[in-house]
Structures are given as C-alpha cells and as structure tokens.
Write a protein that binds this ligand. Structure first.
Ligand code: NIG
Ligand code: FE
Length: 419
C-alpha cells in the first residue's frame, strides 16, 4: 500500500485556484503552473509546485508516480444539474421534435415529463440504480467526478422518495459523488392540472418535512414556468423550503420570461438554471444576491432554442457555471465535450471561462467550492490528466473528450489509451 501519489511534471497544471465562485472577469483566471507536479496523500492535495519542491524529504519508493510530461492537469469536472435517475426513454418525442413539433406541444399531448413519471413509477428501485450507475460510468469517461442529481419523475410521495434513495445508493456504490436535490414541483399530473396551489401545499406539509428529517436532499428545486408553477406558487414553496433549511436551486426563465431569476435572487438561491429568457433586471438581481447562473447549452441545442446570454451575464459580473441537464426529455445527453463546444462556439465563452464554469463555479453551484473544483492544497484530489500539452486543446479538439486519466479522491478511476 503506497503512501500517496505524485503527478509528475505536467506541462500545465490548470489550478483554477479559489474557494468560491469566480465572477465576471475573474473567470478568465486559470492560475496555470507550467511544468508542475502534485503530491496527493489521503485522497487530498498535499502540495502543488515543481517536482523538486513537492518531493523534498520524501522517500519516493513509497509513492505511486504518474508521469504527466506533455500533458495538462485540470480539476475534475463537476456537473451541477442532472436528472440522472429516471425510468424509460422518450426517443419517439425526440424524433417528433426533429420533424418540427415543439416541446410544449408534446407536453400538452400527454408526453413530456408526465410520460417519464409513469415510467419511473413503474421501475423498481434496482432497475433505477442499475441504469443510473451506467450513466455515471459514461460521465466518468468525460472527466466528471461529482454531479448533482434531482428527483422530479415521481410526483407522488413514494416515487419521489424512491428516486432520492436511489441516488443515495448510487453515491455509495460509485466513485462519482452525487449531491441530491428534491424536485417534487417539476410538473403536475394531468388530473392535478389547475390544482398547482394544492400540490404545493401537499409538498410543503407532507413531503418536504420528511425529506428533511430523513436527510434525503441538500437542495430543493422547482420548475418555475408559465403554465407549470407560476411565481406565487413557487414563492410559497421556496419560503417553506428555506424555513426548513434547504438550499435552493431553480429551473428559471427557460421557456417564458416569468421572472424566475428575480425570485431566485429574492430567496438567495445558490443557483438559477437554464435562464434562456432571463431579463436584464434578473441578471442584475442575481449578481447583487450572489446567485450563480447555471447554463445548460445541451438543452437549448436539443430544443433548438437560442442559447443563454452567457456573454452578457459574465460581462455584468455574474458567476456562470455549466452543466449537462441530462434527462430523458429535453436533453438526453451527458456529453461534456458538447457542452464545451457549444459554450465556446455559440455562447461566446472563452476557453478559460468555460473551464472555470465546469470546475470551480460548477462546484460553487452545489455549494462545494471549499472542497472541490480547483487544485488547491487541502482540497479533495479530484483531478483529470488530459492528453495534450495545454488547456487550449480542450475546446480545440471539439466534440471529443481529451481526458486520459480520471483521479477521484486520489485514486485512479479511469484511464484511456492515448493515441
Ligand atoms: O431541465 N425544464 C424542466 N425540466 C427538465 C426537462 C425534463 C423532461 O423533459 O423530462 C429540464 O429541461
Ligand atoms: Fe433540468
């Protein structure tokens, strides 16, 4: 049993150094160390510097040495918005959308979220764990070391709780860490249409206290949207969730500019997500209240919508994070390479901003900027070795994962043969 691991002589170490989200211009600051090495002990980053500096006084025989000459090391990617646990698929809907049907039309025809709810209710605990773990395996290959995962395909007590417990189980079984979010108000079943107020009352009185008592979720989320949960209902829910001590995320201003971002600011949410239709006032209020903008380019791509105004947000001084939004409907993809491609080409984010958005800012979007998301002494050793000499290759080799080795808590959990 070795005492630790040394990553030796990487051409670049992209530290993204910091313990809180980087805002605005700061997002360009990657804190690069040229020809750097990292000492890992007990799953933590012990030292970062030149090889000579970090091995001073050590017996090298006691350490596993990973040669990283000509390669780039970054923090592990964090995916701070996924719906990773769901039953069944909606491939037919995707085909209909490719032919021109809209997401909302399909939803109104009884497809959409409700269809996944039915299939998730019918899936056993074990089936959900199995498919969820397979998705995590796929994410690791893209360099993802921590994710957020939501409920929201149950909508009844038992299935919402089942989804949260499935994620707890996956967290124990898989190297990827999962931070769980309760998304009971994701939709209403057709029989509850028009009774959104009552649904929120039921969630507030029956479900949220139980989720809290059993410690099944750290965050709550809500689909605040026209004809789904409007502002007043959302406010009732967020009020109760805050009282119970949950941290807040929101699906905000995705399809209609309802003012979800403003509401997120009012409640001091950790993040507001989607934001395709956010107003300037919403951006300003998010900035004043330190709400992170988690942008989901794969969803805009899949829905053929305009991308979120990342440039305006960053130029206004917001902290932007990026995530996949993996789900069976609006976005069946966990592809980090595609997120990077869309962010850089269509959202006009710089390569540096994009990397910050997938590491430190993504960690901050799940309130973990103190322990992951950057290469700083004392943080968890969640690291990626990329096969090229500089971080610029990460967006440049578009659509392809540059990740060669994934290290989670100091342990190698994935390697790919270089070429
Ligand atoms: O983040 N917008 C709401 N919820 C999901 C879509 C869920 C689904 O279509 O199944 C989202 O895009
Ligand atoms: Fe989502």
């Amino acid at each position: 049993m070795k005492k630790g691991t040394i990553i030796k002589n990487a051409n670049q170490i992209v530290t993204v150094s910091g313990f809180q989200a980087k805002k605005g211009k700061e997002m360009n600051d990657l804190g690069i160390i040229e020809n750097g090495s990292i000492l890992i002990e007990n799953g933590l980053i012990e030292k970062v510097g030149t090889f000579d500096q970090i091995v001073n006084g050590l017996n090298l025989d006691e350490y596993e040495i990973i040669e990283a000459k000509g390669k780039t090391v970054t923090p592990g990617f964090v995916d701070p918005h996924t719906h990773v646990v769901f039953g069944g698929y909606r491939a037919d809907e995707y085909s209909w959308r490719l032919r021109g049907d809209s997401y909302v039309d399909i939803m109104n025809r009884g497809g959409g979220i409700v269809k996944s709810v039915t299939q998730t209710r019918q899936s056993s605990f074990e089936e959900l764990v199995k498919s969820g773990l397979r998705r995590l395996d796929s994410m690791v290959r893209f360099g993802v070391t921590t994710i957020e995962g939501k409920s929201g395909y149950g909508l009844d007590f038992d299935t919402e709780i089942k989804q949260l417990k499935v994620m707890k189980k996956m967290n124990q079984m898989h190297d990827i860490d999962i931070i769980t979010t309760f998304l009971g108000p994701h939709a209403v079943m057709p029989e509850d249409k028009g009774k959104e107020k009552e649904v929120i009352q039921w969630i507030n009185n029956e479900v949220l206290p139980f989720v809290k008592k059993e410690n099944l979720a750290e965050f709550v989320d809500i689909f605040t949207e026209k004809n789904v949960f409007e502002l007043e209902e959302s406010r009732e829910y967020l009020k109760k969730a805050s009282e119970l001590g949950f941290k807040i995320k929101m699906h905000a201003d995705e399809i209609f500019p309802l003012g979800g971002a403003e509401l997120a600011a009012e409640f001091g949410a950790t993040s507001a997500d989607h934001l395709l239709k956010v107003s300037d006032k919403g951006i300003q209020m998010m900035k004043e209240n330190n709400v992170i903008a988690t942008l989901l380019p794969l969803t805009a791509f899949s829905l053929k919508e305009e991308y979120a105004r990342a440039r305006d947000m960053i130029d206004s001084g917001l902290a932007v994070a990026l995530a996949t939004d993996l789900n069976p409907g609006s976005c069946f993809s966990e592809s980090i390479p595609l997120v990077i491609a869309l962010a850089t080409v269509y959202m006009k984010m710089t390569p540096e901003e994009t990397i910050t958005a997938l590491t430190l800012n993504a960690a901050a979007a799940i309130d973990r900027a103190d322990t992951i998301g950057s290469i700083d002494v004392g943080k968890q050793a969640d690291l990626l070795i990329h096969e090229f000499e500089s971080y610029q290759f990460i967006p440049y080799h578009f659509g392809v994962s540059t990740v060669e080795t994934v290290i989670k808590k100091g342990k190698i959990i994935y390697t790919k043969d270089g070429y």
